[in-house]
Design a protein around this ligand. Sequence first.
Ligand SMILES: Nc1ncnc2c1ncn2[C@@H]1O[C@H](COP(=O)(O)OP(=O)(O)O)[C@@H](O)[C@H]1O
Ligand SMILES: [Mg+2]
Length: 250
Amino acid sequence: MLEIRDVTMQFGGVRALDGVSLSIDGTGVYGLIGPNGAGKTTLLNILSGAYRATSGAIRFLGRDITRARAHRIAQAGIGRTYQNIRLFASNTVLENVTVAQNSLAAMGGLQSVFLPASARERALKEEARRLLDLMGLWGKRDYLSGALSYGEQRRLEIARACALRPRLLLLDEPAAGMNSTETDALWGRVEDLRRDGLCVLLVEHDMNLVMRRCDYVFVLNFGELIAAGSPAEIQGDKAVIEAYLGEEDD
Ligand SMILES: Nc1ncnc2c1ncn2[C@@H]1O[C@H](COP(=O)(O)OP(=O)(O)O)[C@@H](O)[C@H]1O
Ligand SMILES: [Mg+2]
């Protein structure tokens, strides 16, 4: 599904990514972990088209997206959420999803644009309901999104990202700042997405959390991929343990 080849990202004197190569086969939940500043968000920014890699190549579903713009990448099927919440706070929960649907339609990415307007609207509304249901938010569809709890806002971001019908969903520290109840609720929803057939690439700072929830894990440290494997393999990996120990010394 996704193939990243030798990707380097240079910000002035900082090499945020250094020859990273990895691939994702299209099912399951993949973890992307590493200490602060390892380059995790930078990799998501490149995958989603927010940044362009200094060098290297990226293929997604057989297409070269290395130099594609963000809206093309969204259209091609990569969705994302951000480390900092970016919702329309003065719009309702439902509107946050329908705005995303409309932007997809505007990009020409909705087959249902060929339906009569009324049927199209019904189909979109049903899909919005399904997504909000999936994230446990249908009951709050008429709330202003700014009035939701922090954990709910995080889930709404995921529902909104899913309105763009991604095949691969990039989540940047979705559980950051959540309490353990909210985190558990979120992970349950991520499980549901996986069962829905979506592939998830999850950036998370907390190694233990990722170990319990991911099928496969990539580890970045100072911009380099230092390990990739099953959670059990990663947990016993010397370079990974050292990277995280080094961090506690900071
Ligand atoms: N837009 C940018 N301009 C300059 N430096 C950046 C930019 N984005 C990230 N960096 C730098 O790249 C490195 C990796 O950052 P980041 O990808 O945010 O790490 P992580 O998400 O793993 O904590 C850091 O040194 C950071 O300061
Ligand atoms: Mg980050």
